[in-house]
Design a protein around this ligand. Structure first.
Ligand code: SF4
Length: 327
């Protein structure tokens, strides 16, 4: 992989700016979790001194500092304070970085200010940023089609495939044209397949994206299908007419209450039977589980992942029990 022009980032940012600047966005979370060396990356981070009690995403991203990114964007407002400490370490280690802050509330004009500041840092005009945003609109509307296939024609395609496209949209896998072509192939498959209704339990997966790579397939084996990927859908920016709308409607940076409002709407729309609330070990967001469990009027399984990428026998047992209970 050549790193010339590659801009890493720690959480969702307006990638339109990076593309408009002629650079290549790389979501460091996706890069880490799909890396064949991901175990080694975690080991290296601890060896260099990151505490055991820091979440695996932070450790994985820290180890990616060794790659020669042109710059790394740290989302310091709207993500976790771990990212601020990580940026301090990056600064100390001489990494070229930019800090990005979402506003404290869902306000499109405040969000526009944050977007303009980032555009300025890359020396690009907002007209170019808006052009890229409009170019991505068509792809995002295709993402809506596959998301809808998941809850209207459940079982027609694998839920893991839907998840991969939604989460891949944080950086369009660093190549818009390739991403678009692969997505069109999947849509063609959906359009030309004959759908025979299949009976699945309908699961909503809430919380930060799971570190487990076999979660979706295992649930399907149990007869349960993820019809709602809360955070990946948010990351994919499927709503909004202007860039500042999309990045202020999207709930992830704006706290648990904005998220719960949206989750409740989606539970109704997608006729969800039960929620799996994925929590990452040592993540501050786990505290919010208290609110989520009380607010959601569906059975909720709090399901924790740490530093292994495949489900353990105990994890599988917990999922089996949850699915049995829903039946
Ligand atoms: S999982 Fe939690 S602690 Fe880790 S980077 Fe994400 S928000 Fe921060």
């Amino acid at each position: 992989m050549k790193f010339n022009k590659k801009i890493g980032f720690t959480s969702t940012v307006p990638i339109e700016i990076i593309f408009a600047a002629g650079k290549i966005p790389v979501d460091l979370n996706n890069y880490f979790v799909t890396s064949p060396d991901r175990e080694e990356l975690l080991y290296e981070a601890e060896k260099k001194g990151l505490p055991r009690t820091v979440c695996s995403w932070i450790k994985g991203i820290y180890s990616l500092f060794q790659l020669p990114f042109e710059k790394i964007i740290f989302v310091e407002g709207g993500d976790c304070s771990n990212t601020t400490a990580l940026r301090e370490v990056a600064e100390y280690e001489g990494i070229d970085f930019i800090s990005f802050h979402y506003p404290l509330k869902q306000d499109s004009q405040l969000c526009l200010k944050s977007i303009e500041n980032l555009a300025q840092a890359f020396d690009v005009k907002m007209t170019s940023v808006r052009e890229v945003y409009n170019r991505l609109k068509g792809i995002r509307s295709n993402l809506r089609i596959i998301d809808r296939a998941g809850y209207e024609r459940t079982g027609l395609i694998n839920s893991s495939e839907i998840f991969e496209f939604l989460i891949g949209a944080t950086d369009f896998n660093s190549n818009i044209d390739e991403f678009e072509a692969r997505l069109e192939d999947l849509i063609h498959k959906i359009d030309t397949s004959v759908y025979k209704e299949k009976k699945f339990l309908r699961i909503g997966l809430c919380g930060v994206p799971p570190i487990f790579q076999d979660l979706f397939d295992y649930l399907e084996k149990l007869g349960a299908y993820v019809v709602y990927n809360e955070i990946p859908i948010e990351f994919a920016m499927l709503e909004g007419d202007q860039i500042e709308d999309s990045y202020s409607i999207y709930t992830y940076p704006y706290g648990i209450f904005a998220r719960i409002k949206k989750i409740k709407q989606e539970i109704k729309r997608r006729q969800i039977d039960g929620i799996i609330h994925y929590v990452q070990s040592f993540c501050y967001r786990n505290i919010e589980n208290i609110v989520l469990k009380k607010e959601i009027e569906k059975p909720v399984l709090t399901f924790e992942g740490d530093s292994t990428f495949l489900l353990s026998p105990r994890d599988k047992l917990r999922l089996e029990n949850f699915v049995e209970m829903l039946k």
